[in-house]
Design a protein around this ligand. Structure first.
Ligand code: 3H9
Length: 697
């Protein structure tokens, strides 16, 4: 027999029909694959010479699930539920032979088969909740029937994949096979797949929940508490409850209804946007075809301060030896001591073993001489934000780094081109802006200078990925993407205080929105002296923020900042002294304080930031709106279910954002609040930010 269609192949091995799914890259279950499966299974059913069927995929994926790009488009039959029912109804035994991932609809497909076997490296899961959905092709009904309510709930509500050995222990698969696929699965099927078995008809594993009415709530409660996408999490729990309490058909109908509702929810749209934007951000724009990253086997970091230490840890954690350079033994000892302390904390918390910490620590060496960078394939400068100092260091790096080494600055706002200009190799120079704490935060802004070579850029991106970061390529400007937008939010925060709000009110608007922290609690955590020093350097002022610093209130590290900090040094409490300081500042500027609604606070904080994002996009500093969203998600804890600032602007409507910005500009006389030309244009034409660059909507 030959090919069924472009995605499905049907082969014969004696009396066994082997149906192979091949829809690169991950066997997403789009229309052509579903249609091909329907035809292939009909042939296998009707062919009297076929006794057994083995369904398999590729080494990378049995199937990564429903094709997410089809959501929101008109449905085409056969739908996935029809395909799964046709397989489950087959009068001949069907074995799912899983290599790689079986996720979402992919696992649901395997649950429709009568038996499942897996390769040792396979991973099985129902990650729909991470897209703000629930499994919509019978997963909430069949998985509990296979492994019981408790484990099924955990897998569905966390969305975390289960590695093959654990799947075997749970009974998700009948066997783990080492041999080559599909031959090993065919051999197993001949021995073990004696008759069709339909999970739909099984109820024994549901008995404990049927006998104990409180069981589901007890198991679900802690899982729901931890879940991010709340609406989807509740739907998951209710669908599993239906599995226990109702018939299969009733449970499946309820699951279907929930799925149809969730797929239209803002939460799910946002999470799907994040999924695609994260992948798109990895595709560096304007890189000539065939450019290969250079090999990076050794790294060097200049400066053992908080950032330098954190960056060094990233390399050591990824198994890359790293040399840290400092100017004095004392500074070096202090820096390496802090790294040691971080590793000790990780060991105490149980996140790594003492052996692992020792292994990582051994990859880090401290030196006092620039000559020690000679072997490094990448050098990252992480010293004070002072251009003259940076230039001096770049001259040294130029002198000592080997030819072809990438030379990067961790600056958060200074001009990379100026640094590149003092070297003899500007093509190798770029920015690698890490976020604090550098060993934790996943964002890496890779700053492309005017002369940065494609190879150096590709190397920085590849290194970023290798050390577990989410690299996003940005252009040179003051503050790059993230901090340039943040500055707009900061200015409005200060303004809101002067007009009548208090720090806790401003912070609450953002925590209610979904941020873990508001801007003032965040400032206290980072240290208010950072912004103060920056303003001093630039000759600008922020009345409230400056007054706090000048009163010795530097944030958590001094026990007080915008808030007072109690005995634990971490819990913020509103402080009457700060309120007085703020109201005095308003009075000195003759501002009549007024009550400001939470809605206004939120819009005042977010919309000017979005406006700056529009300028960034128009200037080409970011290539796509999705890149800006990824930056906010991974560098500033923007809540994923809100999709990022540019996506959020689309949800509330660009015309609304533009009209509110006009109103803010009118009220304040601040012309920089007027809608950016791109925002005004898109608001008028009805298009979204997704139409700019190559981003999706
Ligand atoms: C579902 O199944 C609903 C059902 O319950 C009910 C239906 C009725 N669709 O991540 P990678 C693309 S919901 C479309 O870089 P990796 C991805 O965009 C779904 N496209 O590779 C990328 O494209 P590009 C439940 C998909 O090896 C390329 O594949 N399933 C899908 O690091 C490579 O992706 C999930 O939530 C998809 N389902 O990781 C699983 N999946 O090259 C989502 C991937 O153009 N997927 N693509 O940028 C994943 O978690 C990872 O992609 C996976 C591979 C682990 C599979």
């Amino acid at each position: 027999m030959g090919n069924i269609n472009a995605c499905v192949d049907l082969q014969r091995d004696g009396d066994v029909a082997v149906i192979v799914m091949d829809n690169p890259p991950v066997n997403a279950l789009g229309f052509a694959l579903r249609d091909g499966l329907m035809q292939a299974f009909a042939r296998a059913r009707d062919d009297a010479g076929v006794r057994l069927v083995v369904l398999t995929g590729t080494e990378r994926a049995f199937s990564g699930g429903a094709d997410i790009t089809e959501f929101g488009k008109p449905p085409r039959e056969p739908n996935l539920r029809q395909v799964i029912t046709a397989i489950e109804d087959l009068p001949k035994p069907v074995v799912a032979a899983i290599q790689g991932v079986a996720l979402g609809g992919g696992l649901e497909l395997a649950l429709g088969c009568h038996y499942r076997v897996a390769a040792p490296k396979a991973r099985l899961g129902l990650p729909e909740i991470k897209l703000g959905l629930l499994p919509g092709a019978g997963g909430t009904q069949r998985l509990p029937r296979l492994i019981g309510i408790e484990k099924a709930l955990e897998i569905i509500v966390t969305g975390d994949p289960v590695p093959a050995p654990a799947a075997l222990a749970l009974g998700m698969v009948e066997a783990m096979l080492d041999g080559p696929f599909p031959a090993a699965a065919v051999a197993w099927a001949r021995q073990n797949a004696t008759a069709p078995r339909r999970l739909r008809e099984r109820t024994d594993k549901l008995e404990p929940a049927r006998a104990d009415a409180g069981l589901i709530d007890r198991v679900a409660a802690p899982l729901l508490k931890r879940a991010r996408a709340q609406q989807a999490a509740r739907a998951c729990a209710e669908a599993v409850r239906a599995a226990a309490e109702k018939s299969f058909d009733e449970g499946a109908a309820l699951e279907r209804q929930f799925f149809m509702e969730l797929v239209k929810s803002d939460e799910s749209k946002a999470l799907r946007h994040v999924f695609f934007s994260e992948r798109e951000a990895q595709k560096v724009p304007n890189l000539p075809a065939g450019v290969e990253p250079r090999k990076v086997l050794r790294a060097a970091v200049i400066g053992a301060g908080t950032m330098g230490g954190g960056i060094s840890m990233c390399f050591a954690n990824a198994g890359i030896p790293v040399t840290v350079i400092e100017t004095s033994q004392e500074a070096l000892d202090r820096g390496l001591g802090r790294v040691e302390g971080n590793y000790n904390t990780s060991v105490k918390r149980g996140s790594i073993t003492a052996d692992e910490a020792a292994r990582r620590r051994a990859l880090l060496e401290g030196k006092l001489d620039f000559a020690a960078i000679a072997d490094a394939d990448i050098v990252i400068e992480a010293v004070f934000e002072e251009m003259e100092l940076k230039k001096q260091i770049f001259r040294e790096l130029d002198r000592h780094a080997k030819p072809g080494a990438v030379i990067a600055s961790n600056t958060s706002y200074l001009d990379i081109n100026e640094m590149a200009a003092v070297t003899s190799r500007p093509g190798d120079v770029l920015g690698m802006h890490f976020f604090s704490p550098a060993n934790v935060m996943r964002l890496l802004e890779v700053v492309r200078g005017a002369k940065t070579s494609p190879e150096a850029l590709a190397t920085a991106v590849a290194v970023g990925r290798a050390i577990g970061k989410v690299p996003v390529v940005v252009g040179v400007c003051d503050g790059f993407v993230g901090n340039r937008m943040l500055a707009r939010r900061g200015a409005q925060g200060e303004r809101l205080l002067l007009e009548g709000a208090l720090p806790q009110e401003v912070d609450r608007a953002l925590t209610d929105f979904g941020f873990r922290m508001g801007p003032f609690a965040m400032g206290d955590l980072a240290g208010l002296d950072i912004g103060w020093r920056l303003r001093q350097a630039r000759g600008t002022r922020a009345i409230v923020a400056d007054a706090l610093v000048e009163a010795g209130r530097l944030g958590q590290k001094t026990g007080k900042g915008y808030y007072a900090y109690g005995a634990d040094g971490r819990t913020p409490t509103p402080d009457p002294e700060v309120e007085k300081l703020i109201t005095d500042a308003s009075a000195s500027l003759q501002i009549q304080r007024r009550a400001i609604s939470q809605q206004e606070i939120l819009e005042r904080l977010l919309f000017p930031m979005i406006n700056e994002g529009a300028r960034i996009l128009e200037e080409g500093i970011a290539a796509r709106a999705g890149d800006i969203d990824v930056i906010w998600l991974h560098g500033y804890n923007w809540p994923a279910y809100r999709g990022g600032p540019m996506f959020y602007a689309g949800l509330v409507g660009l015309p609304y954002v533009a009209s509110r910005l006009e109103a803010f500009a009118d009220a304040s006389g601040d012309a920089s609040l007027r809608p950016a030309p791109l925002l005004a244009r898109l608001a008028a034409s009805g298009e979204g930010f997704g139409s700019v660059g190559t981003a999706r909507g």
